[in-house]
Design a protein around this ligand. Structure first.
Ligand code: DGI
Ligand code: FE
Ligand code: FE
Length: 209
């Protein structure tokens, strides 16, 4: 892949406020490193990291109109809290303004806030890198130190910890919970349970032999 990162970076510096731009660089470099660890293309991860929040700083009504125009379904929670649409709106800008057509990168942008059941490796990397990048400030209930360790060792566990902590925070703050966030959490809890059961079965088979 030959990507003009310099041009993309310059455009992002204009499109984002200083804080969001710094966060974006953090996510891109964290995602590139995680890609090396987990066997993903690191250039692709860096590109998805650069673009994941590219629609974060546009007005809410623009996020809504972009998503409507592109035919995205908008949930009641997203209408109440249009900031949740910055992933979907970001995928549209990534395509139209930054020339991205790789569906895996576009999905990583769309689902980086809520996750989704059955995420690809790249989607998981961006979801986790967004939470653990070095500029992210720790808050009570975020368990950032533990999640940072998991982010480099066990991607599914990192996803579960992030979703669990996010859901607990949202419940405590009485903010509406998007159904995709809850569904994703339930999916990965079941995945881990399935993996544990399979490895128990292998162990007991070994004992029989
Ligand atoms: O854009 P960032 O700040 O880098 O990170 P993000 O896209 O993960 O957005 C983080 C915010 O999204 C955080 O305040 C928690 C919130 N969030 C995640 N899932 C939900 C949610 N907010 C609501 N209301 N409902 C959700 O399901
Ligand atoms: Fe975001
Ligand atoms: Fe982000």
């Amino acid at each position: 892949m030959s990507i003009d990162f310099e041009t993309i970076r310059k455009k992002l510096r204009k499109a984002l406020d200083a804080h969001r731009y710094e966060h974006t660089l953090g996510v891109a470099y964290t995602a590139a490193m995680m890609a090396e660890i987990f066997g993903e293309d690191s250039e692709k991860a860096k590109l998805a990291g650069f673009l994941h929040d590219c629609a974060k700083c546009i007005p809410d009504n623009k996020k809504i109109s972009l998503c409507k125009k592109a035919g995205f379904l908008i949930s009641e929670t997203e209408l109440q809290n249009p900031s949740l649409l910055h992933g979907k709106a970001g995928s549209i800008l990534a395509k139209d303004k930054y020339g991205i057509d790789d569906p895996d990168i576009l999905n990583a942008i769309i689902y980086h806030t809520t996750g989704r059941p059955g995420m690809s490796l790249l989607e998981k990397i961006i979801f986790v890198a967004d939470y653990v990048e070095p500029g992210r400030k720790d808050h009570p209930g975020m368990h950032l130190d533990e999640v940072r360790t998991l982010a480099m060792t066990d991607l599914d566990q990192a996803v579960i910890r992030i979703l669990g902590d996010t859901l607990r925070y949202l419940e405590g703050s009485s903010k509406p919970i998007d159904e995709t966030t809850q569904k994703t959490y339930d999916h990965y809890i079941q995945t881990i349970k399935g993996q544990a059961k399979a490895s128990d079965q292998i162990e007991s088979k070994k004992k029989e032999i």
